[in-house]
Design a protein around this ligand. Structure first.
Ligand code: 5GP
Ligand code: ZN
Length: 137
């Protein structure tokens, strides 16, 4: 299914041009227009899935296998010093385009970027509580 109002559906299916670095029958990989670092790319499925929860399992495995393949290729060709794989779901998590995508972010010494979080300091009981909730106990 495609969504007529979705810009990533249009880019993934070639209706809007993009700097494509990989394409197959399921995915297109494009350069991000607002890159965090040189070579920042996005893996886009050609079908519309809003987020990771909607992505079927076989697409999920294909997408992450492709992420590994692209990261390996980019690491070799762009001589990266490191690599971040980022995948946002929901506004609060930083998702701005509601068509599933994986960010491939090459990292370089002194690139000035910081991708991370402020570590919390949970007590052992707080960790045990969240463990119980996730396990459904
Ligand atoms: P999100 O914040 O949803 O995880 O990531 C959306 C990403 O898409 C951003 O990094 C943004 O720069 C990129 N982006 C948004 N619109 C376009 C576009 O039209 N073309 C390309 N190539 N990238 C886009
Ligand atoms: Zn879409």
């Amino acid at each position: 299914m495609k969504d007529d109002n979705c810009i990533f559906c249009k880019i993934a299916n070639g209706q809007i041009p993009s700097k494509t670095i990989y394409e197959d029958d399921r995915f297109r990989v494009i350069l991000d227009l607002g890159p965090a670092a040189r070579g920042h790319a996005l893996i886009l499925p050609k079908e519309h899935f809003a987020n990771l929860y909607e992505l079927p399992e076989d697409w999920t495995s294909d997408a992450f296998i492709l992420a590994r393949k692209m990261a390996t290729q980019m690491q070799q060709k762009l001589h990266t010093d490191g690599f971040n794989i980022v995948q946002n779901n929901g506004i609060v998590a930083g998702q701005t385009v509601f068509h599933f995508h994986i960010h491939l972010i090459p990292r370089y010494e002194n690139d000035g970027q910081k991708i991370g979080w402020k570590p919390g300091k949970p007590t052992d009981e707080e960790l045990a509580q969240v463990q119980r909730e996730i396990l459904g106990e």
